[in-house]
Write a new protein. Structure first.
Length: 260
């Protein structure tokens, strides 16, 4: 068995998120931790601690959409499935978070390309795979190689409404991308909206969740190390009360016969 990490690292001050979504990590080292620790043990001195050192810990400020995370329907809209109350991340059926994985490679598409249903169908034909309910579909967008650079935010293709609903109509409940967003980079959508005033372009992949319940992973990594199918994905989110997303450490689990 081989396990491949599909997550990026949460870092302080990352340039891969917009300024409106900062990530800040304050590190408390072992010397600072000793002072903190002694407040729990009145009368204790540094001589009572191993080499005078205490615990290390971190204070973290971030959004639920920082780092690799799983978006819930509540992120997209207050309702899903044509009027039902949208589920939050703590309400996801956990059995959906461990299933067979499928990789669709659109990394040859230009930045800002809008993936349509026929693109998905062609990609499935290319790898000789038919989707089944609860498959977890992971998209290579072309953005992954820019992780760690400011341009990551504007790189890669994205999934349109039609392509998203095509997957959901096959019984898929969880999908994912190695880009910043399941949709195309927002700057490309904004340019097209400014030119056409077509409101259906805005966040169309996300808004597909108003029609059908689904969850998606964003900011995945190492999808290029996976075979097109023949592996399992585990992507359990952190359980945050009534939240629109939860941080995740998704992994791919390959058996000895799988090959990338």
């Amino acid at each position: 068995m081989k396990i491949i990490d599909l997550s990026v690292t949460i870092e302080s001050g990352t340039c891969c998120d917009p300024p409106s979504m900062p990530t800040e990590i304050d590190y408390v080292d072992h010397q600072q931790g000793a002072e903190h620790m002694k407040t729990f043990f009145p009368g204790a001195t540094n001589d009572d601690l191993p080499e005078g050192l205490g615990w290390a810990l971190e204070y973290v400020r971030l959004t639920t959409h920082s780092g690799t995370h799983l978006d819930a329907p509540w992120h997209f809209h207050p309702t899903m499935d044509h009027g039902k109350s949208a589920r939050t991340i703590d309400q996801i059926p956990l059995e959906w978070c461990f299933s067979d994985g499928v990789v669709l490679d659109f990394s040859d598409k230009p930045d800002g390309y809008r993936i349509m249903a026929y693109d998905v169908s062609q990609a499935l034909d290319k790898i000789g795979y038919s989707l089944k309910p609860l498959d977890i579909v992971l998209v290579r967008s072309g953005a992954a190689k820019y992780w760690g650079l400011p341009e990551y935010l504007v790189r890669g293709c994205g999934m349109g409404r039609e392509a998203t609903l095509f997957l959901l109509d096959q019984g898929v409940k969880i999908v994912g991308t190695d880009a910043w967003s399941w949709d195309r980079p927002l700057c490309y959508i904004a340019q097209e909206f400014a030119a056409t005033k077509d409101a259906t372009l805005i966040w169309e992949g996300h808004f597909a969740g108003i029609e059908k319940e689904y969850y998606h992973l964003e900011k995945l990594a190492n999808l290029d190390k996976l075979p097109p199918f023949g592996f399992k994905v585990a992507c359990f989110p952190i359980k945050i009360k009534a939240a629109s997303a939860g941080w995740a450490r998704p992994v791919a689990i390959l058996n000895s016969t799988s090959s990338a």
